[in-house]
Structure formats: structure tokens, C-alpha cells
Ligand binder design. Sequence first.
Ligand code: SF4
Length: 376
Amino acid sequence: MNITEISAKTILRKGKKIDSWFISKYGMNLYRGCQHNCIYCDGRDEKYRVEDDFGKDLSVKINAPQLLDSELSRLVKRETGKTGFILLGGGVNDSYQPVEAKYKITQNALELLGKYDLPVHILTKSTLVERDIELIQEINRTTKVIVSFSFSSVDDDISRKVEPGVAPPSERLKVIDNLKSRGISCGMFLMPVIPFLTDTPEMIYKSLYSAYVSGIDFVVFGGMTLKEGRQKDYFHENFDSNYPDLSINYDVIYNGSKWGQPTEEYNNQVNQLFLFMASKFKMPIRIPPTIFNRFLDDNNRVVVILEQLDYMLKIRGQDSPYGYAAYGISNLKVPIGQMRNQLREIKGVGKVTERIIKEIIDNGSSSYYEKLLFFK
Ligand code: SF4
């Protein structure tokens, strides 16, 4: 492992609009590269221009705490609306990868987020997050922390082969138990499920069952992309020898999409399967409003709920106008409450969407949305 200390120019990353998967508009990458070295990681894709060897060369943004302090100080003065959680993780690195034990940059970032009273969403695969559990609990007391773990399955043997640098799922689930016992909201990002290996009914059932038993608050699901080039090559170099009988099926479902997407037919099948299993456990398939509501202003809350509604209809194979309407609302320059009587002027907002938006403005949620989210 080659570790290089670098000075970053900025740390906080601002999205064009709120992200309804993570309920965040701002996030950060504290490291570049990832020691976890999952064989499916799309961080290897050429588009990230990581010239180095992804799993072996790591850059540490050594000046991140100083930069972040001044960026957060400006953010809390500038940002007048409520824009959700600051995302710690995601992207193409893990904030709690092993090198964090030495550098403690993520721990410093957490302390700063606590100092500025900002809600935090941590996304990781690492049990090292448990080191900061007291700090997480402290921030959760004053604002809120969500800790989400990603899993490709809850099978330890498979994980050892496909995620060689991380603690097995059983260890991650133990950390979740600890976090839940301290009142922290936890999520499972069941992604990516690996075709023909962790996307089977038995495996998806086991993952959801584990989430249910651990009291996990939501499960967000996603399939695997496999882009031509470094990502696909590295995956097959490491997958085929372990699972030769499975790899021969890959050319059928990954047949040349520019974005590395599997075929629509495959996606539909696996989505339907996940939806069916999630309904058995009445498991929310998006972060629920009970967790995010007080951290969003009306505009962002409407955008998030409409986007989640859009997802939940599409995964059921139904058409939806809500994603388009959400996009129109994300571009509004005025509080949506001021447009209460002109909602139909917003692109994509028809009669039914108008009624749902009014309900969200008045009650903070929508009964139709909650019916789908909680499988009522
Ligand atoms: S933990 Fe995430 S970022 Fe790191 S290698 Fe695995 S998939 Fe990639």
C-alpha cells in the first residue's frame, strides 16, 4: 500500500439539488482511493481519472480538518434553508478505511460537524466507525446521525472473496446492534447485489431478515454496474476463478451499456424480487420521513418525497410523473409555500401532484407516499 499525503483545495462538495438517496446536499471525500478493494468497485472506472492502482495507492487529504472548519463556518452562515444531512462517505472511497485508524481525519471531520450542530449521514463498510461511537452519540443527542452500512450480502464467505479488505457482514451487523442500542438510526445499503450470486431469493431474503432482526430503519437496494475497461477487467480477474460457473452468464446481462448497466429485463426481475421481500418485512426501501423531516425545509422535503415516490412507483413497474415535478421544484427560487396557489405553473405538476404537494406542505408528508413506503 502506497500512502501519499496531499493538500486538497476544497473539501465540501455541493450537489446541484438535494439527493433523495442520502438526504443530503453536501458531502465530502477525505481520502482518494480505497483500501477495501472490493472487486466490484466502480472507483476503478477510468472516468475518475485515478491514475494510480486503485486498491494500492491511497491519498490522504491531510489538510482536510483545517479546510473543513472554515468551509463549514461559511456554510452555516450562507445556507438559510435546511438541506438535510452532511454525507460522510459514499463516492469512491470509505471514510473509515484502515488508514483512518492512524490519521483520524474522519474523526476530526465528525467533531467539526458536531461543533457546527450539523446532522450527519455516515456511509461505510467498516467496523472502525465503532471507535467514534461516543462522538456519534453526542452529535445524535443535539442534532442527528444516521449510520448506514453497505452490504453486497450478509454472507461472510462470499464477502471474503468479493470484499477482501473489510470486516465480514456478521461484524458489521454487530456494530449496528451496538449503534441501535444507543438510539442511532441505521440503514442498510444493499448494493451492489452481485448477479447470480447475492441476488437470489435466498440471499436477498437473508439480507432483509438480518436487517429486520437488527432493527435497521431502512434498506436501500441497488444492482451492480460493470463498465468496460478497468472496472470490468478487475472484476473478472477476481471473480471468475472463484465462481467459474456463474461468470459465463455475465455477457448475457452486461451487453455493452455505456454506463455498465445490466439489461432492463434483469433489472426488472431483481427489483421485483427485492420489492416482494421488503414487503414481507414491511421494510422501508428509502430513508423515511420520521428520520429526515426536521432537517429539511419545505422545498427540499417536497423534492425528496416526490423523488422517493417516483422510485417506489417505477420499481413497481408503474409510470410516474413525480420525478419530473421534483426536478421543477428543485429549481424554485422561492419557498414553495408562497406558490401554494400557483403550483400548477411548475413544470411537471398536474392535479394529483398538486394535491400531494399541498399535503406535504401542511402535514410534512403524504398519505399515499407513506402507504407505499411502509407497505400499509
Ligand atoms: S468500500 Fe466502497 S469505495 Fe471502498 S472499495 Fe469497496 S465499494 Fe469501493
